[in-house]
Design a protein around this ligand. Structure first.
Ligand SMILES: Cc1cc2nc3c(=O)[nH]c(=O)nc-3n(C[C@H](O)[C@H](O)[C@H](O)COP(=O)(O)O)c2cc1C
Length: 201
């Protein structure tokens, strides 16, 4: 009988020859994910904060609902729960470093706006500021929240939204002009290639 030596750490395969992925890592099969910066505010001190988020989603077009998933230990979790509002800001590759730094330190100890050179500008409806260096902004009022294991899904109703001149054609973001970016894996990011794929319908 020939013995096949499986190298240590080699992935195991199922009957179809597909690599087995542990259930707790399966969410990584739905990467890459758009990186957004969520701004929020301490309702008592009015001090603003920023959290980098890869887990965000559209939830409904009408009413306009978006969701962000925030781990319960984050400072921003506290702020969003108490202020009941947040702003989803869309960063581009021009501020990649700043955006990632906002996801490395906590607003409990840091003023991310001043430390990373980001500008807080008043939003139209909510008290949390928009981040001027981002190209689009969705102001949201918290309408519901759901504990989803180790994260909380904050459901926000969009109460105002705006985008930089020339970035939104009235229907979609123009990716030839806007280089927003995605988290591909732990520390790597990519923006979309300008070569658009069009399905042969
Ligand atoms: C690219 C990237 C994506 C992230 N996505 C999320 C996310 O979706 N949800 C989350 O709770 N934390 C996420 N984080 C971690 C938070 O941004 C990080 O813990 C941050 O420091 C929390 O800040 P705060 O304590 O001021 O709220 C991400 C970090 C990075 C760098």
């Amino acid at each position: 009988m020939t013995r096949v030596r499986i190298p240590p750490g080699a992935p195991s395969r199922d009957e179809m020859g597909k690599i087995e992925v542990s259930n707790t890592k399966a969410y990584r099969l739905i990467y890459p994910r758009l990186v957004v910066l969520v701004s929020c505010i301490d309702p008592k001190t009015k001090k603003p904060n920023i959290i980098t988020i890869a887990w965000s989603t559209t939830l409904s077009a009408n009413p306009p609902l978006v969701g962000i998933l925030v781990a319960s230990r984050r400072y921003s979790h506290e702020l969003i729960s108490s202020a009941r509002e947040f702003v989803v800001n869309i960063p581009t590759v021009e501020i990649l470093d700043k955006a990632i730094k906002c996801g490395r330190v906590s607003g409990r100890m840091h003023d991310k706006f001043s430390e990373f050179g980001l500008t807080a500008k008043p939003a139209k409806i909510v008290q949390a500021p928009i981040i001027e260096e981002c190209v689009a902004h969705l102001e949201c009022k918290l309408v519901d929240q759901l504990t989803t294991g180790d994260h909380t899904l904050f459901i926000g109703e969009v109460v105002a939204a705006c985008a930089n001149e020339g970035t939104f054609d009235g229907q979609f973001m123009d990716i030839e002009r806007v280089r927003n970016f995605y988290q591909v894996s732990g520390d790597s990011y990519a923006s979309l290639s300008k070569e658009l794929l069009r399905p042969g319908l």
